[in-house]
Design a protein around this ligand. Structure first.
Ligand SMILES: *[C@@H]1O[C@H](CO)[C@@H](O)[C@H](O)[C@H]1NC(C)=O
Length: 501
């Protein structure tokens, strides 16, 4: 299922972002926690008491949560004396009684942090840093005014320095519909962007300095550096900010100032065209100008572009099943998961290749290990290139485990599957198999969001996820009860299927 891909992308990014801080020392933990512990019994009451509260949904087993805990604690104790108050709280989303709460707040990964304002009337995702100082700074800004007034050129210079997107409303006076709309959009998008307003366009570093507004100017450190808009409907403003606030080509390298744009790039549910090369290559400029041109031609067509440095993209290479000797390459992934690859390409091949893609002339590719030549262990090895023949259309009853090499539960399961396979080895129509889901693309028929995931594909083609106990007896029992025979030619026939032909 396509939706399940988003968290994997996020994971990839987290790997990138967190690898830098993984070694940091943990801070002192206060004896009495400054972080409030919430659960389903006191949640509403606490939320209604605090106009600005941050809630972390965590799971005790989650490593990122454990790493965040001391930083969160430290931030909470600093923020306790802030004016206006900022309260930090946590919910163990792993506990049965809190599950409903977590689902109400769309918690799909750990940790998830939500900023809850005005007794729950406004809920925003926390998108700030994960160490104490950064958390404090970010939240102080969130609890303050949504937009800052610019009164001097110095203030404007200070606000717009660095590699950030900055959105400034220019108004003849601080009132009226346009001003109100700007402020409400600023409040809505404040966790993603920085907003300011001014009466004097001359103070700003870029753009027409004689305008009196009302006008919104987006200043950015990439592409054309600033863009103006005079359409003051909330929807138009939001779309403008979301579109113009992203570089036309996201850059995937080790520079942390690019990471917020990468997160947006990967979280967007659209088609992604990703060019990977060695940024030190002497063809860099030629590639850059071609991918920039492609982005221009595809603007507004629901395709996002990225240019990644091979030095920083190991995680992405693994995820997409790419090899370094295929670089420079372009890989395109549709939202439905289909992928297209052009390895070892030259800069001037980008545009013609994208044209072929648009015209439907390309063939999708999938990541697969080689089909094993010998496959005589009790538990058979399945890869992406033979899963259809081996499992789905095999006319046999196949129990298939999707595993990851690093997954502990999978290692525990391995001897159990082997025992079941050995026990059932004389049943010709039963196969127990496994596929490394990190080295092979999982076909759309299966939904794999965690490891191990076990499916049972019956001989007649029924496909269900196995949710039973992970013991050999339970698995054997399940297979014996659920196995059937291949369907006859007319598979929609309601008649019972025949036995051996
Ligand atoms: C990238 O290119 C530079 C310069 O040619 C080279 O030193 C470096 O090893 C290359 N990196 C990779 C990962 O190939």
């Amino acid at each position: 299922m396509a939706i399940s891909r988003v968290p994997i992308y996020a994971l990839l990014l987290l790997l990138l972002v967190f690898s830098a801080t993984a070694e940091e020392e943990t801070g002192d933990v206060a004896e009495e926690s400054a972080v409030l512990t919430l659960d389903s019994s006191n949640f509403n009451e606490v939320i209604s008491k605090h106009p600005f509260i941050v809630v972390e949904f965590y799971a005790p087993w989650c490593g990122h949560c454990q790493r965040l805990a001391p930083e969160y604690e430290k931030a909470a104790s600093i923020l306790a004396s802030n004016d206006p108050p900022v309260v930090l709280a946590k919910v163990d989303a792993n506990e049965e009684k809190n599950r409903e709460l977590a689902s109400k707040y769309d918690v799909s990964g750990f940790p998830t942090l939500k900023i809850i304002k005005n007794q729950g009337a406004s809920v925003q995702e926390y998108k700030g840093p994960r160490e104490a100082e950064g958390i404090v700074e970010y939240l102080k800004k969130q609890v303050g005014p949504a937009s800052i007034e610019i009164k001097t050129a110095d203030e404007a210079a200070k606000l717009t320095e660095g590699k950030k997107v900055f959105i400034v409303g220019i108004f003849p006076e601080y009132s009226g519909n346009e001003y109100d709309t700007f402020m409400s959009v600023a409040d809505k998008l404040r966790s993603d962007y920085d907003f300011a307003h001014t009466l004097d366009a001359k103070l700003l570093p870029r753009g027409d300095t004689t305008t009196k507004g009302p006008l919104v100017r987006l200043l950015k450190p990439f592409d054309e550096l600033f863009v103006d808009i005079k359409d003051f409907t909330a929807e138009a403003l939001e779309t403008f900010i979301e579109t113009e606030g992203m570089p036309s080509v996201a850059i995937f390298d080790s520079d942390p100032s690019n990471h917020p744009y990468l997160l947006k790039f990967f979280n967007k549910e659209n088609t992604k065209a990703m060019l990977f090369l060695n940024f030190s290559s002497n063809k860099f400029e030629a590639f850059k100008s071609n991918i920039d041109e492609a982005a221009k031609q595809f603007k507004g067509k629901d395709v996002s572009f990225l240019m990644g440095d091979i030095e920083a993209s190991q995680g992405a290479f693994q995820y997409f099943g790419l090899k370094e000797d295929q670089v420079p390459l372009i890989v395109l992934q549709q939202h439905d998961g289909d992928k297209y690859l052009n390895p070892n390409l030259e800069p001037d091949q980008i545009l013609p290749w994208l044209k072929d893609y648009k015209e439907g002339k390309l063939k999708a590719y999938k990541k697969s290990e080689a089909i094993p030549e010998v496959n005589d262990e009790p538990v058979k090895v399945v890869v992406a290139d033979n899963i259809h023949d081996f499992v789905l259309n095999s006319g046999k009853n196949v129990l298939l485990e999707f595993y990851a090499p690093w997954c502990g539960h999978c290692k525990k399961l391995a001897p159990i599957l082997e025992e079941a396979a050995v026990t059932l080895k004389n049943e010709e129509d039963v196969v127990i198999a496994k596929m490394d889901a990190t080295a092979n693309d999982v076909p759309k028929e299966f939904e794999v969001t965690g490891y191990p995931t076990i499916y049972f594909s019956s001989a007649s083609g029924k496909l269900v996820q196995y949710e039973g106990d992970r013991t050999a007896e339970a698995i054997i029992d399940y297979i014996k009860k659920n196995k059937d025979s291949p369907a006859t030619a007319d598979s929609s026939s309601p008649e019972p299927t025949k036995d051996e032909l």
